[in-house]
Ligand binder design. Sequence first.
Ligand code: MN
Length: 202
Amino acid sequence: MIDDIKLTDNRSKHDLPSAHEHDGSILTDDDQPVFLIQEHEATTHHFDLRLEVDGVLKSWAVPKGPSTDPSDKRLAIPTEDHPMDAADFEGVIPEGEYGGGSVLLWDCGSYVNLRAEPNDDGVSMAESYDDGKIEVWLEGDKIVGGYALVRTDSGDDERWLLIKMDDDEADARRNPTSTEPESVISGRKLDEVAEEAEDDES
Ligand code: MN
């Protein structure tokens, strides 16, 4: 058991991603709004996409996560707004609490509202959300490029689709949710987040 813990410690030091400049907080950089994508092992495994809009994180649960292939349409189910101070959370939410299970910060960065650009229709993110049509340029470590979020059903069964826009960053061969599972702030995988929380308890 002691050997296991030593291995864990060595591994996590060596695996810390040197290429990434995150210092534990994703909110330090500049005035640009942030986005983040968490991988979340709760009742069902899913990804959570969150976009900073007017001081809160608008949120969607995306069962399969984002695709880099414009021909994929990924279901995105709106969830509660999250507070900004939860933006860089990674760890384990206790069972019995809302969203209980392990959470990994899979990607994060800043974004640009493409609909607000001068050559588009000048629409704010809040208006885009109300319209059910959001177009953003995401500048993450794993996810880069234009993405559209389109509401397809309203009311109690509100449903959106997350679709990669067809730009230079589109790549039908990449499958980053499978091939790049490591956290952008800790280098850990989701099962390691869960295991290390268990080690801390014992
Ligand atoms: Mn979730």
